[in-house]
Design a protein around this ligand. Structure first.
Ligand code: PEP
Ligand code: MG
Length: 324
């Protein structure tokens, strides 16, 4: 396997019929960047910035964040980099913020919903990200967006902050704004969102949680929290097609992207950017080269017509056996 995988490191792969797919890494620390490239990452589809903020008494300042983001961009040497703004609340606590205790934290005060109240923390991170864009092009991605008003607010904020930096004589490079699609309402916002955004990325971990109404960490509903559920596959297909029709670039950065049995279905949806734990990249690239897009599209439609996630799994296993 090692010998077969070696040529795929560091180069983009395509399906058998020539559909190019970028396989990107999810990282949480700037120091992970080099290792991810060594494992064959075509870039980073998700740099979770929470680690920079956790276990400390106060939020990191603009300079510290600027250094961390610049380090990631330098190591990328022009490859695609998506950095996500702070995603706290819900399952992700934060020591330096005095957050209210909530009965339903996953449905409560999380991520983008907190930015207007904690404006200074938001602005500091936005300034550091925009400043880092002089090192290389940067995709800035915002989690937990549910409404068009949030998108409009973000668009206004980032443009205003970029303008302020330039007025201060601080250079800003190439940057693009996007959101995570992890709240189901965003499916119906994509056309309008395209007036303000460049890209979206499906966060299937949370999207499944909110779509199926299952706490992603609750063992009592684990059997229901299933991204193979045919209704969830239909949702993902519709998100992908509507985003593409609206002219938005689209990727997937949830755990589902690293599931080899899901790969033909993701290709069938038309997803061409998949972001996952670095250790899964080589295997994913290998598997991609064996697939045919038209066959994957037909498989996806059959999967959506299935009656359960178990049936979907059987169907995909049969498909993979038949082509090996
Ligand atoms: C997701 O929700 O799918 C995601 C990638 O974000 P996180 O797991 O950090 O919530
Ligand atoms: Mg999420």
């Amino acid at each position: 396997i090692a010998a077969r995988s070696a040529p795929l490191r560091g180069q983009q792969v395509a399906t058998r019929d020539g559909t190019r797919v970028s396989v990107l890494a999810n990282i949480a620390l700037a120091v992970e960047a080099q290792g991810a490239f060594a494992q064959g990452a075509d870039g980073f589809g998700l740099f979770r910035t929470e680690m920079l903020f956790c276990e400390r008494r106060e939020a990191p300042g603009e300079e510290e964040q600027y250094q961390a983001y610049s380090e990631v961009l330098r190591s990328a040497a022009g490859k695609k980099i998506t950095i996500r703004t702070l995603d706290i609340g819900g399952d992700k606590p934060c020591e330096f913020l005095d957050l209210p205790k909530e009965e339903n934290p996953f449905l409560g005060y999380r991520a983008v919903r907190m930015y207007p109240q904690f404006q200074e923390i938001f602005t500091t991170q936005a300034r550091a990200l925009l400043r880092a864009s002089v090192v290389g092009p940067i995709n800035i991605m915002v989690p937990m967006v549910a409404t068009l008003q949030e998108i409009q607010w973000l668009h206004g904020q980032f443009h205003h902050i970029a303008q302020t930096l330039q007025q201060e004589g601080i250079a800003v490079g190439e940057w693009h704004l996007g959101i995570m699609v992890e709240v189901p309402s965003t499916l119906y916002l994509l056309e309008k969102a395209a007036n303000y955004l460049d890209f979206v990325s499906i966060g299937s971990n949370d999207l499944a949680q909110y779509f199926l109404a299952c706490d992603r960490g609750n063992p009592y509903v684990r059997h229901l929290y299933n991204y193979r559920n045919p209704t969830f596959l239909a949702l993902m297909r519709d998100i992908t097609h509507r985003a593409q029709a609206a002219g938005l670039k689209i990727s997937l950065c949830g755990e589902m992207a690293a599931d080899k049995q899901m790969l033909p279905l993701l290709v069938g949806m038309g997803l061409t950017q998949l972001s996952m734990a670095a250790g899964m990249i080589t295997a994913c690239k290998d598997a991609l080269t064996t697939l045919n897009t038209a066959h994957c599209q037909a498989l996806l439609e059959s999967a959506i017509a299935c009656e359960s996630g178990e049936q979907v799994l059987e169907l995909v296993e049969q498909f993979l056996r038949a082509q090996s």
